[in-house]
Design a protein around this ligand. Structure first.
Ligand SMILES: [Zn+2]
Length: 89
């Protein structure tokens, strides 16, 4: 069994912390022994100057990496969602 989750760069969740919490939470539950598969989503902002979506790498500073214009519109990167659960029997 495996549980897939997606965490955005701005979700405020540290992958290692989530893995640690998962082990504790799954222990003794139906999910015991299940693997937690984490997909990390980069932060994507919309630049009003370039009129394009831009992916930020590293520490987000909410400025367009191409032209440097402040870009407060976060398109992706805040999500924390469960994507899928695989159950094998
Ligand atoms: Zn730009």
């Amino acid at each position: 069994m495996a549980v897939h989750v997606r965490i955005g760069a701005m979700a405020g969740v540290v992958k290692d912390s989530l893995l640690f919490a998962w082990d504790l939470a799954a222990n003794g539950s139906l999910a015991e022994g299940a693997a937690l598969k984490i997909e990390e989503v980069p932060l994507v902002i919309y630049c009003p100057s370039c009129c394009e979506e831009k992916t930020l790498s590293g520490i987000p500073n909410l400025h367009c990496p191409s032209c440097g214009v402040p870009a407060p519109s976060i398109v992706r990167g805040r999500e924390l969602q469960m994507v899928a659960m695989e159950v094998a029997n």
